[in-house]
Design a protein around this ligand. Sequence first.
Ligand code: PGA
Length: 255
Amino acid sequence: MRRNLVVGNWKMHGDIHSNQVLLSALINGLNNYQNADYVVCVPNPYLHQTRTLLENTNIAWGGQNVNQFEEGAFTGAVSPHMLTDLGCTFVILGHSERRVLFHETNLSAAARFDASIKANLTPILCVGETLAEHDAGLTEVIVASQMDAVMATLSDDDFARAMHLNMVFAYEPVWAVGTGKTATPEQAQEVHHFIRQRIARRNAEAAALVRIVYGGSVKASNAAQLFNMPDVDGGLVGGASLDADEFIAICKAAN
Ligand code: PGA
């Protein structure tokens, strides 16, 4: 049985005061909901604050991206060890905003993935097609190419390590991210099933265990229907993760 997972992606939002208010509300609101896993991925400057507040709660925290190098002259970059040093257990990789706005590629996602698992961070690898690709019927081609770019670089040992860390895939159709448009539960299910089958080509046991979360305008009002689909194991939530009541309701739907 896969446990559902809900990940809040705060993006570039928050400050010390609003984080304190939001995290305190989440701690109280989720305390009694132990049947799913919850994570918040906060901006790097607030990881220390997040760790201080969330330590010994049932909410984990993570980074929104990471560099592939261990250390060195990489101005502005953050290493996997820096994230684990601040207690992170998860990291989002290959988010469409990183791909589109910061020109990250499948190749760099693969390098970050590799560096993350070597540092004991659970990668949440985002895949998903743009609206033009969707309309052209290319969803599976795009998702497969984004997955394969990472999976093909993993040795059998690396793959086993990624499974040991419970690697996560996030299907995030770009046309649904931050747009208020959500994939229907049936659309999400179809692609999640495709992702699982693709993992099964490498390792059937892993495919049955791996969690595939959906992202793209997940809200309290649509979460339960999405999470009810057999291959949807929770959500990656942007906008709605900044509103305590909304996020708690989404987490309860996963619980
Ligand atoms: P959204 O963002 O929920 O605001 O659509 C999702 C994401 O970017 O992970």
